[in-house]
Design a protein around this ligand. Structure first.
Ligand SMILES: O=C(O)CCC(=O)C(=O)O
Length: 262
């Protein structure tokens, strides 16, 4: 995918106005198929972890994961929103199994994360087709212009994050469904109100969240380096990073180009 200057300007305008924007057909089918196999491999390795929570603790020792989130096609998109010095803060597969995939209740990412300032952008990469039937992401356009709402614990209903924001703080009737095909990428702002419904359909709904920060954003967690902190492009800035993991055959997920990571 090559993004023209005109497309960059209109993507930026849409993001500033609505708090999100969609890029179609960003990654090739072969790489998305590898991501799909990677999810299956992770599930085999971590049978006790829900597939909606295949998360950032595993990134640092996973050469394919780091290869995927360092792909120039993704970094070029991230650069449009956060500039040329780019780090990884976190990444999770949220894979909702058929019939029993948990919902993600309404929330704002930035109020949940140890970042200072809260300058960060999410790229949500579709591994599967993502539709209203299988619990696609839903967003309230323009809500990124508001403030962070109070974060409330919700353990009454099964859900991925265990938190939500008060429903009176936003207008749910304005929410839009983010319908994506494998290889598409949706980008969203850390203040936008968003969530997703349970997957009660026969089709899995899997996406990879990737949280990129400008390297001037400090990860304030006590855990340093943060488990998924990597320098991906440009100058190192204020954080401590992991070295890129080296590929060991038989130990790591095998992928095209793994010899360059050995
Ligand atoms: O994948 C989902 O259903 C929710 C995604 C989300 O909350 C996020 O990307 O911040």
């Amino acid at each position: 995918m090559t993004v023209s200057t005109q497309e960059r300007a209109s993507a930026r305008e849409k993001y500033d106005q609505d708090g999100y924007v969609i890029f179609r057909n960003v990654l090739d089918a072969e790489l998305v198929a590898e991501a799909n196999d990677h999810v299956a491999w992770l599930q085999q390795r971590h049978p006790d972890v829900r597939p909606e929570n295949l998360g950032h603790l595993y990134v640092k020792d996973d050469p394919f994961w780091v290869r995927l989130i360092s792909d120039d096609r993704l970094l070029d998109i991230a650069e449009l929103f956060i500039g040329p010095n780019i780090g990884l803060f976190a990444s999770h597969y949220i894979s909702k199994p058929p019939y029993s995939g948990k919902p993600v209740l309404w929330h704002q990412d930035g109020s949940l994360w140890p970042l200072d300032p809260v300058e960060v952008v999410t790229l949500w990469l579709a591994v599967d087709h993502s539709t209203p039937d299988n619990g696609c992401v839903r967003l309230v356009p323009g809500s990124h212009k508001g403030r962070f709402s109070e974060v409330l614990i919700n353990d009454r209903v099964e859900n991925v994050l265990g938190v939500e924001i008060p429903t009176e703080d936003f207008d749910e009737s304005r929410a839009v469904d983010i319908v994506l095909a494998p290889g598409d990428v949706e980008v969203h702002h850390p203040t936008i109100v968003h969530g997703s419904n349970a997957n009660t359909s026969p089709n899995r709904r899997c996406g990879l969240t990737i949280r990129y920060i400008p390297t001037s954003t400090r990860i304030t967690s006590e855990e340093q380096p943060f488990p998924s902190a990597f320098l991906l492009r440009g100058e190192a800035g204020v954080n401590v990073y992991h070295p890129r993991p080296r590929y060991v055959a038989g130990e790591h997920f095998p992928f095209r180009g793994s010899e360059d990571w050995a």
